[in-house]
Design a protein around this ligand. Structure first.
Ligand SMILES: [Zn+2]
Length: 404
């Protein structure tokens, strides 16, 4: 009977491939799936190595033999896919680093997955002694030096907040807008360490915590170029890959992100189940991007729950010079359709709310008045926010340059 390897060799010969290279490195073994190897190894009989009583050795021997022979044969066929896979992983790692994460993408993913799967009930060792659902996320601030007898201290959310000097808060780890963002108001300092640790571990992407995080790796200020539209699909990939699941914030403010970038980012938002804060301030985002964002955030049916932005509390779309009526109206429509049910603050300003007359593209402006109040986008957004049942605050800055 013809062996499997002979068959593979025959296939390779039929395909007109060059003879496989003689030398194979150990790294190559990683390229084959373990299950696949197990199935194939069963097709071969391997004698137990002399003197060995451990059957695992046989299995390992089979793995090594089969994978070596098989990879040698399959390598020319798989090389391109393998290279593409490695390129993808590297691009995700680079982007995660630019957004403040430490370690490779796979490392971040592992951390986040551990946090997501750890739902065992544990007893808090942070002082309160109460039972709580354990999450690795709350253990990030653990000071092992303080107690060397334990590797990891199990600390609940309330105790984590207390250890950071934050007042007791209910629900999420970050209770207020000031705690999540230090670009607005004062009093967010105690939360800075929490944000920094979360950013480092892949639970938050970008913002001032990312700058701090990069400085702590490199010992200097961020050498990375600002994010641009080309990074949008990678960011979406990063979120969808699993890193978005426990992500608390995404902050790409001040970057060169435009409509294409935001459109790509928006596609990844349904994967972000815990997102509290999305910041696109001072980017090149305009109508098209905001329309895409509003579409993703709007529930599919009036009675259905939204698939994205369910937890979103703070949405920043300020200082967007290109944001006109179309974007503002789309956002207003989304709010009317019960998008972002937990939204507390919408900070939104741009061309639609400016005092200056809009450029010539504003033929839908049925009022020739100069003030922002007369703009249809401005009116729609104001009305939509006022009609919301929740405690939604709309902040509209007249003029482009906020804080200048
Ligand atoms: Zn506790």
């Amino acid at each position: 009977m013809q062996s499997f390897l002979d068959a593979v060799a025959q296939r390779a010969a039929d395909a007109g491939l060059a003879p496989p290279p003689a030398s194979v490195t150990a790294v190559d073994f990683e390229a084959l799936d373990a299950n696949c190897l197990l199935i194939m190894s069963r097709m071969f009989g391997t004698r137990r190595p002399a003197g060995s009583r451990d059957s695992r050795n046989i299995m390992l021997g089979r793995y090594a033999r089969v994978s070596r022979q098989l990879w040698t044969l399959l390598r020319p066929l798989l090389e391109q896919d393998y290279r593409r896979h490695r390129q993808r992983k590297n691009s995700l790692t680079r982007l995660a680093e630019r957004l403040g994460a430490h370690g490779s993408w796979s490392h971040q993913l592992q951390r986040v997955r551990l946090g997501a799967h750890a739902v065992n009930e544990a007893q808090c060792q942070g002082g309160c002694g109460q039972a709580f659902n354990m999450s690795r996320m709350y253990q990030l601030l653990d000071d092992n030096v303080a107690d060397e007898s334990r590797d990891v201290k199990l600390v609940c959310r309330a105790c984590t907040r207390r250890r950071c000097g934050l007042p007791p808060g209910r629900g999420q780890l970050f209770a207020t807008r000031v705690e999540m963002t230090d670009d607005y108001g004062e009093g967010g300092e105690p939360a800075a360490r929490l944000r920094f640790e979360l950013c480092k571990s892949g639970y938050g992407l970008g913002g001032s915590a990312a700058d701090h995080s990069r400085r702590s790796i490199l010992g200097r200020a961020a050498p990375y170029p600002a994010l641009c539209d080309a990074d949008g699909p990678v960011l979406c990939d990063l979120l969808v890959s699993g890193l978005g699941r426990r992500c608390q914030w995404i902050d790409v403010s001040g970057s060169a992100f435009g409509d294409a970038g935001l459109t790509a980012l928006a596609r990844g938002l349904p994967a972000c189940k815990s997102l509290l804060h999305l910041n696109l301030n001072s980017t090149r985002v305009g109508d098209q991007g905001v329309v895409s964002l509003a579409t993703v955030l709007t529930p599919a049916r009036p009675t259905a729950a939204p698939t994205a932005g369910k937890e979103l509390k703070w949405l920043y779309l300020a200082a967007l010079d290109d944001l006109g009526n179309a974007g503002a109206i789309a956002l207003a429509a989304a709010l009317t359709c019960r998008a972002m049910p937990k939204l507390e603050c919408l900070w939104c300003c741009g061309a639609f709310s400016a005092d200056e007359p809009l450029p010539s593209s504003s033929e839908d402006d049925d009022d020739d008045g100069g003030g922002g109040e007369s703009r249809p986008g401005f009116r729609a957004l104001t009305r939509a926010c006022e009609a919301r049942p929740g405690p939604l605050v709309l902040e509209l800055e007249h003029g482009f340059a906020w804080g200048m």
